[in-house]
Design a protein around this ligand. Structure first.
Ligand SMILES: Nc1ncnc2c1ncn2[C@@H]1O[C@H](COP(=O)(O)OP(=O)(O)OP(=O)(O)O)[C@@H](O)[C@H]1O
Ligand SMILES: Nc1ncnc2c1ncn2[C@@H]1O[C@H](COP(=O)(O)OP(=O)(O)OP(=O)(O)O)[C@@H](O)[C@H]1O
Length: 535
């Protein structure tokens, strides 16, 4: 269905090719998972499938890419729309209409489907993705995860033969991610759709993949059976790392397979306990009472009270649309607030100018790239150091910790998604105020980048700041935070130490906890330390 013949692609002004000598052939009905570190070229590979690369990106492509026997160089990408459905990393940027229903119908209108077929498929898709109640909503008022579901729905309706999905679950809560993947798998089984998915949260997709394409980082691609490539892949989810520690062969790809093998490992760990989370004793840095946020008749945040302490890292979790972003913006002061007060060292950030508010509470938003406006990476870093009064080079060093090797003179627009996010985090965190709020900060970050980001967050806590992170990334939460707050329909429904909240939760438990239950280990690192101590 998809063939790459000796494909090499280089972006203009780039010294190294993003793709090098790539030869592959993907059959009809295969589900391929594309993995690789941040910025290795996953989106570029995906873009080449429908000709967006090089037609819209510029740069030079040699070799040949064809889909269903048609050379992508011969036709503009629009003509491939019937054949190839694409969901990019930024759903909002891909929307062409204003409302959910219009967006779901648009693709089908373009290929001239009959109106009765269109009606039926819109209804099916609304149900399939659990977005029926959003049908008449304006797209720009949806939460991040709601937008991502609509973007996926909008390509599913026209039943393309090939689906290309770039990080399709990055903004989805764990349950929604499973539902969306189940809907995609159904297309693979029922219609023989060929699916190519790039995903950093490999744990979410690996068990469904027929095949793995791993980008090594030099533009070349390793292509093979998932369990075999995972033996030494530099991108490995927790279940694989646990399998390597325990010496399981073949490596289990799913929690279910791992549980079947886990008895002896549980026995080895039985006399050990995971390190407890120290109780937070720092001063209260932020205290909010009776916070309520409404949009028209929608109550997004309902009479919420919260205290954040110095030295504490807290995760804010909960279903898509449960009110997390609305709460963060209300705490920072820039977002709407219907009722309630926020107190940061005696000042309410909602009552002062935006500059003062920013010096009290920093917020890195979900669509973080809006914060970048200069022409080069170096200029953004210099500006950040100057504004925050930090020593020259502070921001750049932070960037190199998160995503090494980005050239100084690259335009932020030309960075990969993960690289751009790393830049925004570096720009914002170089001048971190006492309270730092982060909205989905691990999108686009590979496992190594996430470990480094965890270190950065822990350092902020050691410097006595308080950090609140809205996130759906259960594996990140397991390794990085002290406390978890869970929101549902605008209210807190749980609040406590990480292990207490996540271990028994079907939605929020990390893979290691699921495999080793009833023991309460959260991460491969904890298990590794315990095994070392035991031997
Ligand atoms: N228009 C461009 N000009 C120059 N370099 C670019 C351009 N677009 C992307 N790049 C570079 O090409 C490399 C591959 O980018 P790509 O977006 O394919 O990575 P990725 O693996 O999808 O990353 P992520 O995991 O962050 O999504 C990156 O190093 C990026 O900086
Ligand atoms: N401008 C707006 N107008 C109307 N409704 C809105 C607006 N902004 C947000 N909402 C609604 O308020 C609710 C809370 O949205 P919010 O973005 O805070 O959720 P969230 O928990 O951050 O979601 P996600 O996990 O998907 O990012 C959602 O139902 C959303 O559709």
């Amino acid at each position: 269905m998809i063939r790459f013949e000796n494909v090499t692609f280089r972006y203009a002004d780039s010294s190294n090719p993003a793709l090098r000598d790539v030869d592959l052939s993907i059959d009809e009905g295969e589900l391929c998972l594309v993995t690789g570190r941040t910025g290795v070229g996953k989106s570029t590979l995906l873009g080449a499938i429908n000709g967006l690369v090089p037609r819209f990106t510029g740069g030079h492509l040699s070799g040949r890419v064809d889909v269903a026997g048609q050379d992508t160089a011969d036709r503009p990408p629009q003509e491939f729309a019937r054949l190839v459905g694409v969901v990019g990393q930024d759903p909002l940027a891909g929307f062409v209409t204003d409302t959910v229903e219009e967006e779901l119908a648009y693709g089908m209108e373009q290929i001239g489907l009959d109106s009765t077929v269109m009606r039926k498929r819109v209804e099916e898709t609304l149900d399939l993705l659990g977005i029926a109640e959003l049908r008449r909503r304006a797209l720009r008022t949806l939460s991040g995860g709601q937008q991502q579901r609509v973007a996926i729905g909008a390509v599913l309706t026209s039943h393309p033969k090939v689906l290309v999905l770039d990080e399709p679950t990055s903004a989805l809560d764990p349950t929604a991610a499973e539902d969306v993947l189940a809907a995609i798998i159904r297309l693979v089984h029922d219609l023989g759709t060929t699916v190519v998915i790039a995903e950093h949260r490999v744990e979410r997709v690996l068990q469904y993949a027929d095949r793995l394409l791993h980008l090594r980082g030099d533009g070349t691609v390793r292509d093979g059976d998932p369990a075999t490539l995972m033996i030494d892949s530099d991108v490995a989810p927790p279940v694989i790392r646990l399998g390597r520690l325990a010496g399981w062969d073949p490596l289990p790809l799913s929690v279910r397979d791992a549980r079947r093998k886990a008895g002896p490992l549980r026995d080895r760990l039985v006399d050990r306990v995971p390190p407890p989370t120290p109780a937070a004793t720092g001063a209260v840095r932020l205290s909010a009472e009776h916070l309520t946020v409404t949009y028209g008749r929608t109550i997004a945040v309902r009479d919420v009270a919260v205290k954040l302490r110095a030295g504490e890292v807290t995760a804010l979790m909960g279903r898509n649309g449960s009110g997390k972003s609305s709460l963060l913006w209300a705490l920072q002061g820039a977002g709407p607030r219907h009722r309630g007060t926020v107190d940061v060292t005696g000042v309410d950030p909602g009552e002062v100018g935006s500059r003062t508010a920013r010096s009290l509470v920093g917020l890195v938003p979900q669509n973080a790239s809006d914060l970048l406006y200069l022409d080069t990476v170096a200029a953004e870093c210099r500006q950040s150091d100057t504004e925050s009064g930090a020593m020259a080079g502070t921001c750049r060093r932070l960037l190199d910790t998160l995503a090494p090797g980005i050239p100084d003179d690259r335009h932020p627009r030309d960075l990969s998604e993960g690289q751009r996010l790393a830049l925004v985090l570096a720009v914002q965190l170089a001048s971190a105020p006492q309270v730092v709020l982060l909205d989905e900060p691990t999108r686009g970050l590979d496992y190594h980048a996430k470990r480094r980001f965890t270190e950065v967050v822990r350092r902020l806590a050691e410097e006595d700041r308080s950090v609140l992170i809205a996130t759906h990334d259960v594996e990140f939460v397991a390794g990085a935070v002290d406390r978890v707050l869970v929101m549902a329909e605008g209210e807190f429904v749980a609040d406590g130490p990480t292990a207490d909240i996540v271990v028994a939760s079907p939605a929020f438990a990390p893979q290691v906890a699921k495999v080793l239950a009833p023991q309460s280990w959260l991460t491969p690192e904890q298990v590794e330390a315990a095994l070392e101590a035991a031997s």
